[in-house]
Design a protein around this ligand. Structure first.
Ligand code: ITT
Length: 190
């Protein structure tokens, strides 16, 4: 079965392609010739995931999905949340965002945080949603150079390594995105 993944994020594309195995063929936006921007202006993960997948469906009706993810930090009342990509400003890099978060948490002992992913799927014109979440904590210094985004400062609950110190299989096996995508693949397999 072919599915178009509505993302401009190459790290996400690599993670999901690894999870797809041989049953699902994941097509990128480049594969369908989509080069435009995908708006994500909603105030919830679900709203943004929906906006992304609908943008692609309107461009080309097909079976497609999108993921919206954010890091929710308890001591910061849930920030950066839906603003995770632009926490340090509109054109912020991953490093800018990580540094800003570490600064905001300086001197704060409650380091609890969760990654939350909502996947929106359009299958034969009908929408479906899947959620994945992993709890953990934000450490005080960056460790590891794999993964992307906030991975170097996030250690999942009951683990010692950051996501940026894990290989793809390890991260995928427990991550927010891995959980949500596996739910979608299970749904599609039945
Ligand atoms: P698309 O919307 O094109 O899929 P994006 O990078 O904008 O790509 P999101 O809005 O879902 O994706 O993610 C917002 C930010 O959250 C992203 O820029 C990263 O900084 C962070 N993020 C998302 N998934 C992550 C992960 O698995 N590990 C670490 N940080 C992640």
């Amino acid at each position: 079965m072919e599915l178009v993944f509505a993302t401009h994020n190459r790290h996400k594309l690599a993670e999901i392609t690894a999870l797809a195995g041989s049953k699902f063929i994941i097509k990128s936006l480049a594969d369908i010739g989509f080069e435009g921007d995908i708006p994500e202006t909603a105030d919830s993960f679900l709203g943004n995931a929906r906006q992304k997948v609908q943008t692609i469906y309107q461009y080309k009706p097909c079976n497609c999905f999108a993921d919206d993810t954010g890091l929710v930090v308890e001591a910061l009342d849930g920030r950066p949340g839906v603003f995770s990509a632009r926490y340090a400003g509109e054109n912020a890099t991953y490093q800018d965002n990580v540094k800003k978060l570490l600064q905001e948490l300086e001197g704060i002992s409650n380091r609890k945080a969760s990654f939350i992913t909502i996947v929106a799927l359009i299958l034969n014109g009908k929408e479906h949603f899947f959620e994945g979440r992993i709890d953990g904590e934000i450490i005080t210094e960056q460790r590891g150079d794999k993964g992307f985004g906030y991975d170097p400062i996030f250690v999942p609950h009951k683990h010692r390594l950051t996501f940026a110190e894990m290989n793809d299989d390890e991260k995928n096996g427990m991550s927010h995105r891995g959980i949500a995508i596996k739910k979608m693949f299970d749904f599609l397999s039945h």
